[in-house]
Every structure is written in structure tokens, then in C-alpha cells.
Design a protein around this ligand. Structure first.
Ligand code: PEP
Ligand code: MN
Length: 359
């Protein structure tokens, strides 16, 4: 896929509201719920209403979406509010129904992007459509898979393309529901600067009180839009309750957000600086997470030593670690002086954790 300017022309239709805002519930639940939320969002910064009709659930047994009937509710919401309507599609049958019901925006979910067969099936069903099609990142942190999906859609003659960054699954739990791994989206943005890039802070954070912070980070990185799950009664939502905000909370988020325009040189400098700082911040958080994990293991060692009545300090082991790390550090361009200071500090912290356990 070449880097074509035409990729972003569809965004111009929304330029009055920069950034582009997509909002609505994780799932359409009832006709009343859909209409109520849509009416509350009418006249705000929101231009596209989202609602899941078919829900991909990681485990069976959860609410799997209301299905086709929900498309009728969305048609009604569109007629009453003028908002454009967006749904998630995961196969050709979904696409057919969405097109029959005059849905304006189709998005491909993270669990679908991982599957080239599924993305190809959707691309074929959408051949040469003039609908807006948004591709979420795959659940796993793999840029090629995301690019591959994009190429399949582009090759099918779909012109109004965009991507949604919703974060990546990890086995290790962090403060995010899905780790942002900003670098992956930044790489995609560098490769296709004209491809509209939308952030999904709801699925990245999994928590409503972190939505503002992550939205701001996305705008600082020059993202084009945000997709935020919004519900009239978030705590009783049938899916993703913890991350949804009320329409009023959404409006407050937009009052608090600082919107940047990427126009002059100073802004360009700021954006580049923000990108670099974001990478540093990501790494710092990971460093702390890893150090925390290391200390937990030290505590287990402390417990084992206590059980077997062994002394904490084992200097031969310590010198062995230090020697190895100095060599590894050298390979990575880190000075011996720094490695010695760093590992002495880590070691001391480790000992104090072990002491706490042994006392
Ligand atoms: C959603 O947007 O409700 C959804 C299912 O998202 P994702 O594909 O990012 O998990
Ligand atoms: Mn959701």
C-alpha cells in the first residue's frame, strides 16, 4: 500500500470537530438505551455513534449482542439524531446486514484483525464500498498483522480507511486492560502519515477514570480521533461496565482535553518530542514493573532461606551476577560504572526485602 494523500480526505468531512469523536455504548442493549444515549450525544462533539451488535466474547457465556434487531434501533437513532452509525463486523454476513441497514461506518475488531481469512472475507464483502472502514489493531503486538489487514482492505478498493489503536493483550497484568505499546501505533503513523489514526482509550485502559489521561496522550501524539464507550448507566452495562462513561462525563472530558493542531514548526517539535517522551515513559513504567517483580522473587528466596536457615548474603552468587551484568551492559553500550551502581542499588533493595521476610 503506497502512502496516499487520499487516505485522509474522508476525515475532512469531520474537520469542524477536530478530533473526530466516535462515542456510544460497548453494546446495543435495548432500543430505549440506544435512543437515549444517541439523543444525549446529539449536538456534542460526537459525530459518529458506535454500538456493538455482535459481541466477540473471549469466554463463552457472556452477552453476545442483540444481533440484527439492533441495526433497526441504530437506523432509528440515525433518523432522529443525524449521527452517523458505526458497528463492528466480523464476517461477510455481518457486512451484508450492516449495508442493508445503511450503517455508515464498519469497524473490524481486534480479535478479527488477527485472522487473515476473516479480514479477507470482510474485504471481499465490502469490495469498492464508499463506507468508512476502521481496522482495530490485532490483540497481539504485531504491526505486520495490522498492516496486512490494511492492505487487504485497500486492495479491495476501499477508500475511506482508518485505524483504531485499542492496545494489546499481555499475560502480565498492568495498570492497563490492554497495553498501549504506543510505539507500534507511532510506527504505523510514521509509515502512513495520512492514514487517519483513532485512539480507543476505553479498551486500552479498561477504567473510566483513566480515559482523559490516555485521550490526552493520544492527542499530544497527533491522533486524528477518539472512540470512547459511552452509556447512560455504565455500572449496569451488559458488557465493559468498568470502562464506560456517561454522556455528561464524556462532555466534561472534551472540556478538559487540550486539542493540538499540527500546523506550525513549534507544534511539529512538540509532537516529535512527545513521541520520544512517550517511549521513555513506557520504558520507565516497564522498568519499575520488572523491578517490582524481581523484589517479589527476592522475597520468595528470603522465605526459602528462612525455612532452611541459610544466611541472606551469598557473596559468590552476588559477584557472579555482577560480572555477568557488566559484560551484558557493555554489549548494550552501558558503562561499567553505571552497571555497578545500578546493581548495587538493586541488590541492596533485594536484601532489605529478604530481611523483612526473614524477620
Ligand atoms: C469493542 O469496541 O467493543 C470491542 C469489542 O473492541 P475490541 O475489538 O477492541 O476488543
Ligand atoms: Mn467494549
Amino acid at each position: 500500500m503506497e502512502n496516499k494523500k487520499e487516505l485522509r480526505t474522508w476525515l475532512d468531512d469531520f474537520k469542524l470537530t477536530h478530533p473526530l469523536v466516535i462515542a456510544g455504548p460497548c453494546s446495543a442493549e435495548t432500543e430505549e438505551q440506544v435512543l437515549k444515549i444517541a439523543h444525549e450525544l446529539k449536538g456534542s462533539d460526537v459525530s459518529i455513534f458506535r454500538a456493538g451488535i455482535w459481541k466477540p466474547r473471549t469466554r463463552p457465556g457472556g452477552f453476545e449482542g442483540v444481533g440484527e434487531i439492533g441495526l433497526k434501533w441504530l437506523q432509528k437513532a440515525k433518523a432522529e439524531t443525524g449521527l452517523l452509525m458505526a458497528v463492528e463486523v466480523a464476517n461477510a454476513a455481518h457486512v451484508k446486514l450492516a449495508l442493508e441497514h445503511d450503517i455508515d461506518v464498519l469497524w473490524i475488531g481486534a480479535r478479527t484483525t488477527v485472522n487473515p481469512f476473516a479480514v479477507q472475507e470482510i474485504a471481499d464483502a465490502l469490495q469498492n464500498t464508499d463506507k468508512i472502514v476502521l481496522l482495530k489493531n490485532p490483540v497481539n503486538p504485531d504491526l505486520s498483522l495490522w498492516l496486512g489487514g490494511l492492505e487487504r482492505l485497500h486492495n479491495a478498493g476501499i477508500k475511506k480507511l482508518g485505524v483504531i489503536h485499542r492496545g494489546f493483550s499481555t499475560y502480565e497484568k498492568s495498570k492497563y486492560r490492554n497495553n498501549p505499546e504506543w510505539q507500534i501505533a507511532i510506527d504505523l503513523q510514521n509509515r502512513f502519515p495520512d492514514l487517519p489514526l483513532i485512539c480507543d482509550p476505553s479498551h486500552i485502559t479498561g477504567k473510566r477514570d483513566m480515559i482523559l489521561e490516555v485521550s490526552q496522550q493520544a492527542l499530544d501524539l497527533n491522533y486524528d480521533g477518539l472512540i470512547i464507550e459511552t452509556h447512560i448507566d455504565p455500572d449496569h452495562a451488559w458488557s465493559d461496565a468498568a470502562q464506560q462513561v456517561t454522556p455528561d462525563a464524556l462532555k466534561r472530558i472534551f472540556v478538559d482535553l487540550r486539542v493540538r493542531k499540527a500546523t506550525d514548526e513549534a507544534d511539529d517539535f512538540n509532537i516529535r518530542m512527545t513521541k520520544l517522551r512517550t517511549q521513555i515513559d513506557d520504558i520507565d513504567v516497564k522498568l519499575l514493573e520488572i523491578l517490582g517483580k524481581r523484589m517479589k522473587i527476592a522475597e520468595k528466596i528470603g522465605a526459602l532461606k528462612k525455612e532452611k536457615n541459610v544466611s541472606i548474603l551469598q557473596s559468590s552468587r552476588w559477584h557472579e551476577i555482577l560480572g555477568k551484568m557488566v559484560l551484558e551492559g557493555e554489549e548494550k553500550g552501558l558503562s561499567e560504572e553505571f552497571i555497578l551502581k545500578l546493581f548495587k542499588a538493586i541488590h541492596q533493595e533485594s536484601i532489605s526485602h529478604q530481611e523483612k521476610v526473614m524477620r
